[in-house]
Design a protein. Structure first.
Length: 311
């Protein structure tokens, strides 16, 4: 049996693409939710499933749920920014034009590029900046924003990009320091508990159909969060955020297949630009990264001892 061996970098790309697909599936399930089911009830359901799955995996891996003292504040900030990001994007989506919200909430690749360079000291490859620009252009064309909405919901949409950038940068920061499943566990627990005070005033008892949809939201969201978290342990934060933009493509395809939403020419054009950005970035990195995901120098390797291969 022929086995294909893939590098850590390729695993990271595959995980990020899978995460984008699963999170797009979660958003699709949101469209099937009864309007009486509030946003925070959906957030609570999603993170309840995530926490259940994370607890099982953590138990099987015999991980301690207690967070090492030096990582408690970063973990809190990752959890808080991730949860708040969900809240503000739902607020913006309900009070502003969808095109405006879509583009302002998709600015995080550029912000992550800045944060990962300053805080994580990550190298920026020659292709990353053009890829970010191309992906953002694709998102702009696809969303076709008018910026005619009130300023406060637009500010909330932009705040979502900032919060997402911070949360994703923390995911990369935890590489080699905190087990990814502990990150998922703490984030899910925090998000579930933080949602309760906002959920209770407008709580709606779900029907069997609603329960099924909420369960699907939880499953798609859970495995999307897990693959996203593991993906950031394999590739840089700035690169991972670009692959995450493929959610635009998956959302377009799912809308066409399941919601009878025929994509506009601008949507198709934007999706093609996002695809071009991810393809070019992957092609470039596949030529300039070794099997571990580290940059390969163009300089010749130093000669080793006689009869020995270069180290």
């Amino acid at each position: 049996m022929l086995l294909v061996r893939i590098s850590d970098h390729q695993k990271g790309v595959l995980l990020m693409l899978t995460a984008a697909f699963l999170l797009s599936g979660m958003q699709l399930m949101v469209n099937f939710t009864d309007p009486d089911i509030g946003v925070m009830e959906q957030v609570f359901a999603r993170n309840s499933v995530s926490l259940f799955i994370a607890l099982i995996i953590c138990r099987r891996k015999k991980l301690s749920y207690a967070m090492t003292k030096g990582y408690r504040i970063p973990m809190f900030l990752r959890s808080f920014t991730g949860w708040l990001g969900i809240y503000v994007i739902f607020y913006a989506a309900r009070h502003a034009d969808q095109g405006d919200v879509a583009i302002l909430s998709k600015l995080h690749p550029f912000l992550i590029l800045i944060l990962s360079t300053i805080l994580l000291k990550e190298r920026i490859s020659k292709m990353q900046i053009p890829a970010v620009v191309l992906a953002l252009a694709g998102g702009f064309i696809s969303a076709s924003p008018t910026f005619s909405s009130d300023w406060f919901p637009l500010l909330m949409a932009f705040l979502n990009s900032v919060l997402s950038a911070v949360a994703y940068t923390f995911l990369r920061y935890f590489k080699g320091k905190v087990d990814p499943m502990l990150v998922v566990c703490h984030f899910s627990c925090f998000s579930m508990l933080a949602s309760i005070p906002f959920m209770l005033p407008d709580f709606h008892i779900p029907s069997p159909h609603d329960l099924l949809i909420l369960l699907l939201i939880g499953c798609f969201g859970s495995f999307g969060q897990i693959t996203l978290t593991y993906g950031f342990t394999k590739i840089s934060a700035s690169e991972g955020s670009i692959y995450n933009q493929t959610g635009i493509i998956f959302s377009m395809l799912m809308g066409f297949l399941f919601l009878n939403q025929v994509p506009q020419p601008s949507t198709i054009t934007g999706a093609l630009l996002v695809f071009a950005a991810t393809f070019l970035l992957y092609w470039y990195n596949s030529r300039h990264l070794d099997q571990t995901g580290d940059a390969v120098s163009d300089a010749p390797a130093p000669a080793g001892p006689a009869g020995a291969p270069p180290s």
